[in-house]
Design a protein. Structure first.
Length: 736
């Protein structure tokens, strides 16, 4: 596990075999009545650079662990092994004889007593990951002679290699150890400093956090923590939350700092809570308990959102009556200041424990359902569908509207249906409701829909066909440069098992021709079963020019030659099938960013806990707002599995500012339990308030829903060598 370069080594299988041996040897019980408390494991007895100097590295074997977790051996595989050992033995683990070399200090010049290694640095920087896997202690030790030590075992005093860093490319170090040591320790004082910081006396958590709503703001107050830690409190960090994720932070400095502040640039009509952390010279302390919920009021907003990380269940639905999903947390009220289009989006993970019962997700406006989508439960159980329902409704200036997410089963159900996958820790996949108001006079939004049920028979699997003449939009942008954010939303299913359904956005005009393939497309799985709708959502962000005429339309086909039927539109409900809609929203080019890929991705043997970048370069965007700005950020991918029983999770990660080195802000789960090779047109969306003066990086991440020997994939097809696009998109909602 600690030296094998093989990509096929399965950490879970190895852990299962080891655990079985320990359990058979008396780990749980034995004739003497004794039991064990801990399981110890040893990662190495020499620094990796020492082994390298002895010629130990080859194509199959190395002691260097890849800190980027791309090559093997690495930390992700090791922690997967630890987690499985923890589960199967029922014991907590201790790792000992951890090499003390580092790639931080100049002292580590790969000579006797000063050899480099990557393990100590990674373990200290990822202590929470170690604990989550089941490790409760790390014991560092030099192990053998000539190894790096956390004392001056070489009696050579402070050494900094003449100020020159030491490159060791086999250990992923290109002149990386650039820091000058001030301690005589052979490791330059690395363990002394960084383990010391881990146990440093940071302040306790503030208490009594209270918020009061304002116009686009909130006043927040709190009480100083009883324990200021090892030094005086120098500042407080106040963080806003919208029910699902971070929405910016404010730092309150001072000597001492005040215990009240005004949090600016909030969105009227959106609910917020606030947490506070105290900071001293040792670092930031724990976050406080969240404040009360406040909803800023005042000037009419241009957008608003509601979100929840709870899991919901609906028992005994009669298949006819729509029920509020969460009237308190997934409901929005607004009064537009001008006649507008209200673009309303609901995003939820839907699933069932009883095969044969589908789940319907609806958007109700003033108690009337105006749009809905159906998620298939006929194909199987415990297989979430990352369902999205979107509509655009004309709203009148000065009239108050209430929008709410509602749901039901597709027919009378003696059991229960569910919303929210997971959990991750204690929270489930976010369910979000968003309203964006676009003034009619601006002529920036175009939309069309149908409530009929189109059917396609005997498609050859290659030819894209217009879905319906009514789902074609001709538009001419105003002068300037724009991004046409085009979305298609449809319930897709098959009555002939084994035939998936492809939904695309085709564009003509300007540089677009859509002759051989649409600009964007997604595939909906029919291999898992029949009559199991997928609430498919496909989105394209296409640059367009003012004054040029364009036409956008929805097209579809089967994924391969079929003599059977594929269908669009679930239901009917009151004589109408679930709406199929195409929407074009024009966003100023400077107010949008998008990245995409037509590659197919595979993730082998995910540990079910670690989020990994789907593509660290192609599926990543950078945002540097010139003013406090609210963005809609979305990711889409066709997710599927070749290993039945393993669902696929896709998420959005953000770094910068209040999000630190990386915070998961939204995620959805796509079902693999029902069957294999059945893509889910998964779409995950969130709304983020990003602050001026900060550069943010946003990227797509993914994992399996549990550990095990599995292969999960992103990207259906190919068509003409290109797989269905995976994408990450941002669009400005407002600049308060």
């Amino acid at each position: 596990m600690g030296s094998d370069r093989s990509t096929s080594l399965n950490a879970v299988t190895v852990a299962d075999a080891t655990s079985a041996f320990l359990n058979s040897a008396g780990n749980a019980s034995n004739p003497y009545g004794s039991t064990w408390d801990l399981v110890f494991n040893d990662v190495d007895d020499h620094d990796a650079a020492w082994w390298e100097a002895q010629g130990a590295n080859n194509a199959y074997f190395t002691h260097w662990w890849d800190p980027t977790n791309a090559a093997y051996p690495n930390f992700t595989r090791y922690l997967s092994w630890v987690a499985e050992m923890h589960t199967k033995t029922g014991k907590q683990l201790v790792v000992w004889q951890v090499p003390e070399g580092n790639q931080y200090f100049l002292a580590e010049n790969n000579t006797c007593g000063h050899y480099q290694d990557t393990i100590a640095q990674y373990f200290i920087a990822h202590a929470s990951d170690l604990y989550a896997a089941g490790l409760v202690a790390v014991l560092f030790g030099a192990g053998n002679a000539c190894q790096t030590n956390n004392t001056d075992a070489r009696f050579d005093g402070i050494t900094n290699n003449g100020g020159s860093p030491t490159t060791d490319l086999a250990g992923w170090c290109n002149a990386c150890n650039v820091h000058a040591a001030t301690f005589a320790d052979d490791d330059g004082g690395f363990l002394r400093m960084f383990v010391g910081q881990y146990y440093a006396p940071v302040p306790g958590a503030p208490t009594n956090v209270t918020a009061t709503a304002g116009d686009g703001s909130a006043s927040v107050s709190w009480s100083a923590p009883a324990n200021s830690g090892g030094s005086a409190i120098s500042s407080y960090v106040v963080t806003a939350h919208d029910g699902c994720t971070i929405q910016g932070s404010v730092t309150v400095p001072g000597a001492p700092p005040a215990t009240t502040t005004t949090f600016p640039s909030l969105t009227n009509g959106t609910a917020y809570t606030f947490t506070v952390a105290a900071v001293n010279s040792y670092g930031a302390g724990a976050q406080s308990v969240a404040s009360n919920v406040v909803i800023p009021i005042g000037a009419a907003p241009t957008w608003l959102t509601a979100c929840s990380t709870s899991q919901y269940s609906l028992s005994g639905s009669d298949g006819l009556t729509w029920k509020a999903l969460d009237a308190a947390h997934l409901s929005l009220t607004f009064t537009p200041s001008s006649d507008s289009w209200a673009v309303i989006t609901g995003n939820a993970d839907l699933w069932t424990t009883r095969a044969g019962y589908n789940q319907d997700l609806g958007i109700a406006m003033n108690s009337t359902v105006v749009a809905w989508k159906e998620s298939g439960g006929f194909a199987g159980i415990f297989s979430p569908n990352a369902a999205t329902v979107q509509t655009a409704v004309h709203v009148t200036s000065g009239v108050t509207y209430t929008v709410q997410l509602q749901w039901k089963a597709n027919r009378a159900d003696p059991g229960a249906i569910f919303a929210g996958a997971g959990p991750l820790g204690t929270v489930f996949s976010p369910t979000r409701l968003t309203v964006q108001l676009v003034p009619v006079a601006a002529a920036l939004l175009y939309t069309k829909s149908i409530t009929s049920q189109p059917c396609l028979l005997g498609n050859d699997g290659s030819t894209w066909v217009d879905l319906d003449p009514a789902l074609s939009i001709a538009f001419t942008p105003p002068s300037g440069s724009w991004t046409a954010l085009i979305s298609g939303n449809a319930d897709m299913f098959t009555s002939t098992a084994g035939y998936n359904q492809d939904l695309g956005i085709a564009m003509t005009g300007g540089v677009y021709s859509s002759i051989s393939a649409p600009e964007a497309w997604k595939e909906s799985g029919g291999n898992a079963g029949t009559y199991s709708p997928n609430a498919a959502f496909v989105q394209a962000a296409l640059p367009v020019s003012g004054g040029t005429s364009y036409t956008a339309r929805l097209v579809w086909k089967a994924n391969h030659g079929s003599s059977g039927w594929i269908h669009i539109g679930a239901g009917p409900v009151a004589g109408a099938y679930s709406p199929t809609r195409i929407t074009v929203l024009l966003v100023p080019l400077a107010g949008s960013s998008a990245a995409g890929s037509i590659s197919q991705y595979v993730l082998h043997n995910s540990d079910g806990a670690t989020w990994q970048a789907m593509d660290g370069s192609a599926l990543k965007i950078t945002l540097s707002p010139g003013a406090d700005t609210s963005y809609a950020i979305s990711a889409g991918a066709d997710l599927w599995t070749a290993s039945a029983g393993f669902n696929q999770d896709v998420g959005i990660m953000v770094s910068g500012g209040a999000y630190g080195t990386g915070t998961l802000v939204a995620w959805k789960e796509s079902g693999g339990y029902a069957g294999t090779f059945s893509p889910n047109a998964a779409f995950v969306t969130t709304d983020l308030h990003l602050q001026t003066g900060v550069t943010y990086t946003v990227w797509v991440v993914w994992k399996a829903n549990r550990a095990g020997p599995s292969n999960i994939y992103a990207g259906a097809g190919p068509i003409g060598g290109a797989f269905s696009p995976a994408s990450i998109t941002s669009a400005v909602l407002s600049q308060p």
